[in-house]
Design a protein around this ligand. Structure first.
Ligand code: ADP
Length: 418
């Protein structure tokens, strides 16, 4: 049977016009959401367009099958609800009584349950969402805000509530949802980081400015006090320089975390470099380093500079926190697949509850101790990021008063046959 392509085109045009007419308020609501949200507009607009095409195409299908010249039977009218169901964006339509007229599959996937027909106050407990729905039902304008849900898991959702005028198939409001939990966590982590970094820099700055004031005032004619205060300023400056250097290292390493550093290194040489760098600190702190390295080369892939930094940080910590308590053992072994380096001390150790937090930025078990040990709280965060970048592992074990053991494993380039 011949098919007149112009019929297909005509039918599709008629359906497009009908559907656009029918679903204008819902599509309008989504378009407004997209335009004001600024996130992934192409995906959402693509989804809307895709949904339109799917519904239009399915509406036109009877014509394709019908006689070429016959007047087509009018197929089922595609409704705005069909369109809403086809959208890839979580959308809940709410009727004038505050009940869910329909929730599309994307919304039910997000909420992990069926909610159609339920009162909106049974679907969400959030007071801000419920009062925004009430306000919109009373004729209020479109609103956008974030709110927290606890079911099916802890999430932060961004909501846009748009009044549909006129009512569309019994729906008075369109509630478009977006899971922004990741964005909120990242924003939270970023603002914590900025607050911590500023606080860490402000402490030595405040000390320096106090010392300068004293030098300009009471200590103006006291050479001995001047000498002492200048020494204190130098110490605080060193502390700030260290903090800024650590912050810069961390941001550089974080930026490259997904790139595996390429060149082949001998891990034994890297450990010797790290030991040479920390020896003056060990001597100053009266710490004894007990070293056991393999005589053969230990081939790993990585950045010499970064891996040296890992072992400097671990051995420096052992010296700082446990130096006087007994020998610090630094050893390297080879397994079938990995090079395994252990830095073990016999110091005060770390309570089990603190161990999972040690690699967080700025975490210190005893924040009051910072001046005594002059740590930045960034050393182990740097260690963790470098090891991640090298596809390695870090294990920390410790018992209070029984020392701490930091074990780093790095993939060997050519695993030793057994
Ligand atoms: P810091 O610059 O303060 O040393 P790190 O990130 O290197 O920062 O270490 C975080 C915290 O972990 C330290 O403040 C300290 O409380 C604890 N810590 C690290 N290494 C040891 C160790 N060998 N023994 C006991 N505590 C340690």
């Amino acid at each position: 049977m011949a098919i007149d392509p112009s019929h297909d085109a005509d039918a599709r045009a008629v359906w497009t016009a009908r559907l656009l007419d029918l679903s204008f308020p819902v599509v309008g609501a989504l378009a407004a959401t997209v335009l004001t949200s600024g996130t992934a507009p192409i995906v959402v607009i693509g989804g809307v367009a895709g949904a339109l095409v799917r519904v239009v195409w399915s509406g036109a299908t009877p014509l394709r099958k019908g006689a070429a010249k016959a007047v087509p039977a009018v197929p089922r009218r595609a409704s705005a609800l069909d369109l809403a169901a086809a959208l890839p964006v979580p959308l809940i339509l709410i009727d004038g009584a505050g009940r869910v007229r329909m929730a599309n599959p994307a919304a039910e996937t997000l909420l992990q349950r069926r909610v159609s027909g339920q009162d909106i106050s049974l679907v969400f407990r959030s007071p801000s969402l419920l009062s925004a729905v009430e306000e919109a039902l009373r004729g209020g304008p479109e609103t956008r805000f974030d709110f927290r849900v606890h079911r099916p898991r802890e999430m932060i959702l961004s909501a846009t509530i748009t009044p549909l005028t006129p009512d569309t198939e019994g729906a008075r409001l369109a509630l478009v949802l977006r899971d922004v939990s990741d964005r909120s966590l990242v924003a939270e982590a970023r603002s914590d980081f900025v607050a911590n970094a500023s606080h860490e820099l402000r402490t030595p700055l405040a000390a320096i400015s106090g010392l300068v004031e004293t030098l300009q005032g009471p200590a103006r004619d006291d050479p001995a006090a001047q000498e002492r205060f200048l020494g204190m300023i130098a110490k605080q400056t060193t502390r700030m320089t260290r903090l800024v250097n650590d912050l810069l290292s961390l941001s550089r390493i974080e930026a490259d975390e997904n790139i595996l550093p390429g060149s082949e290194q001998n891990l034994a040489d890297i450990l010797r470099d790290a030991l040479a760098a920390v020896r003056p600190l060990a001597e100053e702190g009266g710490a004894h380093l007990d070293v056991a390295l393999p005589d053969t080369a230990v081939a790993v892939r990585g950045s010499r500079h970064e891996l040296t930094q890992v072992f400097i940080n671990l051995i420096e910590n052992a010296i700082k926190y446990a130096g006087a308590s007994g020998p610090i053992h630094v050893s390297a072994q080879i397994t079938d697949t990995d090079a395994v380096v252990t830095v073990a001390d016999s110091g005060p150790g770390i309570e089990a509850e603190h161990i999972p937090r040690l690699t967080e930025r700025f975490f210190r078990v005893d924040p009051e101790d910072r001046n005594a040990k002059s740590g930045t709280g960034l050393g182990l965060a740097i260690v963790k990021h470098i090891i991640n970048r090298h596809r390695g592992g870090l294990e920390i074990t410790s018992k209070p008063e029984a020392g701490a053991v930091f074990t780093v494993s790095l993939p060997l380039i050519a695993p030793e046959p057994r």
